[in-house]
Ligand binder design. Structure first.
Ligand code: AMP
Ligand code: ZN
Length: 119
């Protein structure tokens, strides 16, 4: 698996930096955001180092599909109320103008009662 020894999220996957884990399987890891914008706010990432959505190719279809399909299940598990009263927001910042700060692909999954800090 591709990893980047300087990448903070690769270090989280490896356990070298602690995180509050939400989910883990062979290919995917999820953990609570350290600066939550919403009552529920976790990040869903591939274990492999992929810098952003801009690096996604045809070989990543299954991985992205699995990540998107996991998001609603984990959102409910983490306390988001069901659709339609509840729900959640999925955000994937990409590149400098997309507001991406950590260069390891991640989906923000946010939910819970409003108001939120941001978004
Ligand atoms: P982005 O701007 O989309 O790249 O978002 C990066 C997110 O990673 C921000 O919401 C940060 O709060 C979060 N973050 C950065 N470092 C950590 C960490 N060590 N553990 C959990 N979340 C982190
Ligand atoms: Zn990485």
């Amino acid at each position: 698996m591709t990893t980047d020894s300087h990448c903070i999220f690769c270090k989280i996957v490896a356990g070298a930096i602690p995180s509050r884990k939400v989910y883990e399987d062979d290919d995917i890891f999820a953990f609570h955001d350290i600066h939550p914008w919403a009552p529920v706010h976790f990040l869903l990432i591939p274990k492999a180092h992929i810098a952003s959505m801009a690096q996604i190719g045809p070989g990543h279809d299954a991985l992205l599909g699995r990540m998107m399909a996991l998001a609603p299940k984990l959102a409910l598990q983490e306390g988001c109320r069901p659709y339609p009263e509840g729900g959640f927001r999925i955000v994937c910042n990409t590149g400098a103008e997309g507001g991406q700060e950590v260069q390891h692909l991640h989906l923000h999954v946010m939910g819970g009662p409003r108001p939120w800090l941001k978004g």
